[in-house]
Design a protein around this ligand. Structure first.
Ligand code: GTP
Ligand code: MG
Length: 412
């Protein structure tokens, strides 16, 4: 998402600038009158101006190209904008323009190809932009009429990929709770936002163990997210650093290679290791390891699309021993996939979440989205391939620094 602020002497000018730079898909985040005039021009006795903050959620260069082809293709139809861009803009005018534009699009539909269908497409985009503009302006409660610092954090959180409804909830709460003075101070807004986010978070800390009791922790999740690597990191941490009695088990009914991978780690660390291929066998092995402080259970990656595999895993986890189940998700997965993973693995009795591969991502909002969806405590982050170094216990401070550190939001 790219956000830009425009100062101009009239709304007409400002909207022209938005359209020139950001194209037809731009959304208007806020508008306000600059009573004192435009900065730097006040002393020259210029008229009071307006400020428009607009955003586009893809690369500005491609939208500039699109704008060019739009204006080339619709030529004189650009005059449809004249009322919208006029200082005398009114809802009635916009509605008329929308009607007219709809009529044109309707007349234009048919089996057109090539340039003609591009033209229809741009017309539709234009219509969408106008409708959005209309909606924003006529909304009884204008969500986007936020003070400057709230707009900044709103954009920051969106840029991280956090869902808009989560962001809006937080930002609106800030607007409601903070005094006008506090809202004018970026640091105070940030502090308040930090504490609001922190309040929402559920953190589990490390694997907690009760002396004299065997803790069984199983890692489940899709293929290749880093389950085995994370399990090896945990094994090293507990066996070598904390000097606990650790055993490793793998439930791997599919791929011999995955078994070998954990076997190698077990050998290097001198830990007992078993492979099981049925729930009954698993039960026997757990009984054998009941003298251990910690039994770490690896599972073969399951496709979130394969219900059978997930049900099969569920039958393994239904034991007479309590098993703490960790859902392992890679932050590099696309948002839609993460969501499907959350849905499908949610059929298992998930207790905690581990996010892997933070080192491979630039944005962390998907983690927040999944957390809000799954509502299970976050336990560990992994940050690289090195065993055992690249693992950390999730803390509130770390999450805040990931999502609120200044990224390259283009602002102004
Ligand atoms: N960059 C990065 N790579 C990681 C991280 N954790 C694991 N990997 C790498 O991800 C790849 C897959 O890791 P595995 O541990 O085999 O993943 P898995 O979930 O056990 O895979 P399956 O058993 O096939 O389902 C390996 O190349 C790991 O080195 C991490 O935190 N960051
Ligand atoms: Mg594995």
């Amino acid at each position: 998402m790219q956000v830009r602020k425009y100062h101009a002497q009239s709304m007409k000018e400002a909207l022209k600038l938005v359209r020139r730079d950001l194209g037809s898909q731009a959304i208007i985040l806020s508008t306000r009158a600059l009573d004192g005039g435009i900065a730097g021009e006040r002393s020259a006795g210029k008229q009071p101006g307006v400020e428009v903050i607009a955003a586009i959620d893809y690369d500005v260069n491609s939208s500039a190209l699109e704008t060019k082809s739009f204006s080339q293709s619709i030529g004189s139809k650009a005059s449809l904008w004249k009322d919208l861009l006029s200082d005398k803009v009114s809802m009635g005018n916009i509605r008329d323009e929308l009607k007219e534009l709809k009529k044109i699009v309707k007349q234009s539909t048919g089996s057109y190809e090539g340039e003609r269908s591009d033209f229809i497409c741009t017309e539709l985009k234009e219509l969408k932009w106008m409708a959005q503009f209309l909606l924003r302006q006529s909304a009884p409660l204008n969500y986007y009429n936020f003070p400057e610092h709230l707009v900044h954090f709103y954009c920051q959180l969106l840029k991280q990929g956090i869902h808009e409804e989560i962001v809006l909830k937080l930002i609106r709460k800030l607007k409601q709770d903070l005094s006008p003075d506090a809202l004018g101070d970026r640091d105070r807004v940030r502090d308040s936002l930090t504490s609001k986010i922190e309040k929402e978070l559920l953190l589990a800390g490390s694997i907690d163990m009760t002396p004299g009791k065997t803790k069984i922790a199983a890692l489940v999740g899709p293929t290749g997210v880093g389950k085995t690597t994370t399990l090896a990191k945990l094994a090293a941490l507990y066996a070598l650093d904390k000097k606990r009695k650790v055993a490793l088990v793998t439930i791997d009914t599919y791929r011999i290679a995955a078994v070998e991978q954990l076997k190698v780690y077990a050998k290097i660390m001198g830990l007992p290791f078993k492979t099981v291929s049925s729930p009954e066998e698993f039960n026997k092995v757990l009984t054998q390891f009941s003298d251990r402080d910690l039994v770490l259970v690896d599972t073969a990656g399951r496709s979130q699309r394969d219900q059978f595999q997930i049900k099969e895993l569920k039958s393994f986890l239904r034991q007479s021993f309590p098993i703490e189940v960790y859902l392992v998700m890679s932050i590099t997965h696309k948002e839609d996939n993460l969501s499907a993973i959350g849905d499908q693995f949610g059929l298992l009795p998930i207790d905690r979440i581990i996010f892997t591969k933070l080192d491979e991502s630039y944005t962390y909002g998907s983690m927040i989205n999944q957390f809000f969806k799954i509502k299970k405590p976050l336990s560990y982050f992994t940050t690289g391939q090195k065993v055992p170094e690249d693992i950390e216990i999730v803390t509130k401070e770390r999450i805040i620094s990931l999502i609120l550190s200044e990224t390259d939001i283009r602002y102004c």
